[in-house]
Design a protein around this ligand. Structure first.
Ligand SMILES: [Zn+2]
Length: 499
């Protein structure tokens, strides 16, 4: 934080606590836009006056429930094809959201289809030629905060939230603002909403906890307000997480008199948890080489003076497990390196824990700047999580090839070309046991939902491994296969019709 900004904050004594909170948010460089750099000052208008004017501007005084329909696209946070392109996009049609602001219930449905950018599918299960899927979600007072934001981050919802916590009315250089702290799930979230002179909500910025970004920016933008059925509502709604859009909707209709229920239909319950096989925590694959069992498998290798961890980075808890197992298996050796096979967040979560262990992160060259910034970002919202902002983030970019070899052990990293899942896809190859550690590339073989067989992903993978001339016999897929921890090359050859 610059001294200049701090001095101005200190000058505004009457609003010192809220200004400090705003400035802290504004000073964070990574993870999205900053709020106005000029310290807001309180204004004479009360929250009640602002709320009344804003509801009048929308024609929504007394409206407790709305339904709006839209088309557009959405994107999965942390699942890009290439990090420079933003999160990979899925087309959305027939989007409908019903919100009951009085009971805090909402139901959303849409048709979604992967592959808006067919050569750059990215993750979240996107595959070529995917069929349209029906998507449903619901929100209520018990929902996680991220889901609740889908109600709070609508113009009427934001006013309702502001009233519930007696938000401060401020004026920054962008105009009128409502600023508030909201407690949910043990975390205090700061939200700032910016209004135009017409008292219509333009923009909301908040931050949520994320394993990679730390305190990650979550923004909503409201544009093209117009009259729908007597109420004024944004014609274009954009949400961004980590600076990249996750939702982009062009609104088609708004019904302030809808009779559609805002509660999910009976029996539309949740998926049950999958059966976990009864496996030991790890399994020896060779001298100083272990596979760690789990829904996300990992491999730990002992070199003379350090260990190397190969992916498995599903989430913070899994990273903690992997670190503990690496130390149990090799008590005298620090973790020297950790590989994220590609930048999808389910293969990059928990990197902060490895930074705290002093490990060097291995990732493809294309991700180096991204991880350097994201991992150095403060993580204050989730006090149990590791805040790396005081620690050096050490990253070693991998190009087409890199090997770690100290004479006792060797692992090679190879870049695959032409993946529609991830432009940065690396595999690790351990020559001593002729084993490839890969993530997501074998998914059509592991998960029947993809159809298996001679899936184009598998045909491409087999060809790439031939091109690289890798003499492999088996795989450790990060996603647990049917017979953990291995899959055998001959089976892949069968699957792609090459035996
Ligand atoms: Zn992936």
């Amino acid at each position: 934080m610059s001294g200049d900004i701090l001095d101005r904050a200190l000058a505004a004594k009457a609003v010192i606590t809220i200004v400090a909170a705003l400035l802290l948010s504004g000073c964070q460089q990574e993870g999205g836009a900053q709020i106005a750099p000029i310290a807001p000052t309180p204004v004479a208008e009360s929250l009640e006056q602002v709320t009344t004017k804003a509801l009048d501007a929308m024609g929504m005084a007394g409206v407790g429930r709305i339904e709006y329909t839209a088309d557009g696209w959405e994107a999965c946070l942390g699942q890009p094809w290439n990090i420079d392109d933003g999160w990979a996009r899925w087309a959305i049609t027939d989007y409908s959201r019903v919100i009951d602001y009085d009971t805090f219930n909402s139901v959303q449905t849409a048709q979604r289809q992967a592959g808006m950018d067919p050569d750059k599918l990215g993750g979240c299960g996107a595959q070529p030629g995917a069929a349209v899927q029906t998507q449903r979600s619901s929100v209520n007072v018990s929902s996680p905060w991220l889901q609740q934001l889908q109600v709070h981050l609508t113009p009427p919802g934001f006013l309702k939230l502001a009233g519930s916590v007696n938000a401060a009315v401020m004026r920054g250089d962008g105009g009128l603002q409502l600023a508030m702290d909201v407690d949910s799930g043990g975390i205090t979230y700061h939200l700032v909403g910016s209004y135009g002179d017409d008292y219509l909500l333009d923009h909301v910025l908040t931050r949520v906890d994320d394993s990679v970004f730390g305190d990650m920016a979550f923004e909503a933008e409201f544009n093209d307000y117009r009259n729908f059925n007597g109420v004024v509502f944004p014609g274009h709604i954009v949400q961004k997480q980590g600076g990249f859009a996750t939702l982009d909707l062009v609104v088609n209709s708004v019904d302030p008199a809808t009779t559609t229920s805002a509660e999910p239909p009976e029996g539309s319950g949740r998926f049950g948890g999958g059966q976990q096989p009864d496996l030991p925590p790890y399994e020896r694959l060779g001298e100083g080489i272990y596979a760690l069992h789990g829904a996300y498998q990992s491999v730990v290798m002992g070199f003379a003076d350090f260990t190397v961890v190969l992916d498995g980075l599903q989430n913070d808890a899994r990273a903690d497990e992997i670190i503990a197992l690496a130390k149990e298996l090799f008590p005298a050796k620090p973790i020297g390196y950790v590989l994220t096979t590609h930048n999808h967040f389910d293969h990059a979560s928990g990197l902060r824990q490895f930074v705290a262990e002093g490990a060097t992160i291995l990732t493809h060259d294309t991700n180096v700047d991204f991880f350097a910034e994201a991992l150095a970002n403060p993580r204050t919202l989730n006090p149990d999580a590791i805040d790396t902002s005081g620690l050096p983030v050490d990253i070693l970019g991998v190009g087409d090839f890199l090997a770690i070899d100290d004479g006792t052990q060797r692992v090679e990293f190879h870049k695959l070309s032409g993946s529609t899942h991830a432009d940065d896809a690396l595999i690790a190859f351990i020559p001593a046991i002729q084993t490839i550690v890969e993530a997501d590339l074998l998914q059509p073989w592991i998960n029947p939902v993809f159809g298996g067989g001679d899936h184009p992903f598998l045909v491409w993978l087999a060809g790439e491994l031939d091109r690289l001339g890798i003499d492999y016999a088996q795989f450790v897929p990060v996603h647990r296969p049917a017979s953990p921890p291995l899959m055998i090359k001959a089976e892949l050859m069968d699957a792609v019709g090459r035996n």
